[in-house]
Design a protein around this ligand. Structure first.
Ligand code: DGL
Length: 269
């Protein structure tokens, strides 16, 4: 493993491509190996023990590709599995919760922060814990938004139904007067416009995907592990339905994926 080894990224499915997109923007020279567990998505409705088990298997798959670090793009996995992954594997492991929470704790002006995420992420309480670590005066209003993931996968990014559902989910956050909202799920950056319109332009949206890409760059830089030459093409592995991955991935990544770069994982599920 050296500076030319890839950065491994995993997610429950294709939502983690929002993280890949930010990494490609901030770290264009890094090789990226992405694994999407499309056979077992969603994780956001599953138990802690299932999420931890899946996360370990995903990490082992990435390590078999000789990655120099593992980025857990999935908020639900990051909520439950980070301590286990850090303990058991020999490479740095970064999750999305802490960078997103730190940013929100820093940018709020009225100390009222909303967190929207899957049920698993909200139930873990990790965003709240991490926000309070950086800003003990913060008041955190959490809201699970179960319907957002299927809406995004359906490509309903700004339909009347999406706007209505956003209005209902976000009402408690508006009532509480939050000035900052964490998009605590891989899929939510795609609903950014609807969420911003619903909350109002004065509310700051914190995108965990951007924050983790910044952190990856910091960490690799500090440990002298940044890849210095070339422009790398990311590689994608999924545990099921590679064709569908390619189709939906365009929305997440903002560009076409060539089918050849998508390989169906085997022996994993
Ligand atoms: N990737 C998941 C997350 O960020 C969303 C999709 C799922 O529920 O698996 O929590």
């Amino acid at each position: 493993m050296d500076r030319n080894s890839a950065v491994g990224v995993f997610d429950s499915g294709l939502g983690g491509l929002t993280v890949v997109k930010e990494m490609l923007r901030l770290l264009p020279k890094e090789r990226i190996v992405y694994f999407g567990d499309t056979a077992r998505v969603p994780y956001g409705t599953k138990s802690r023990s299932a999420i931890v088990r899946f996360s370990r298997e995903n990490t082992e798959l990435l390590l078999s590709r000789d990655v120099k670090m593992v980025v857990v793009a999935c908020n639900s996995s990051s909520s439950y599995a980070i301590p286990v992954l850090k303990k058991h594997y020999p490479v740095p492991v970064l999750g999305v919760i802490e960078p997103g929470a730190r940013k929100a704790a820093a940018v709020t002006r009225n100390n009222r922060i909303g967190v929207i995420a899957t049920a698993a992420t909200i139930n873990s309480g990790q965003y709240t814990r991490n926000i309070l670590k950086y800003n003990p005066d913060a008041q955190v209003i959490s809201q699970p938004c179960a319907l957002f993931v299927p809406l995004v996968e359906e490509g309903w990014l700004d339909t009347a139904a999406t706007r209505q559902i956003a209005l209902e989910y976000l009402a408690p956050l508006k009532e509480a007067g939050v000035d900052t909202v964490i998009l605590g799920c891989t899929h939510y950056p795609l609903l950014r416009e609807v969420i911003q319109r619903t909350m109002g332009t004065q509310v700051t949206l914190v995108d965990s995907a951007t924050e983790i890409a910044v952190r990856v760059r910091e960490l690799l830089g500090r440990s002298d592990m940044l890849r210095v030459r070339g422009r790398a093409v990311p590689r994608f592995y999924v545990s099921d339905k590679p064709q569908e991955f390619g189709r939906i991935a365009k929305n997440f990544l903002g560009r076409e994926l060539k089918a050849a770069k998508i390989t169906q994982g085997t022996g994993h599920v």
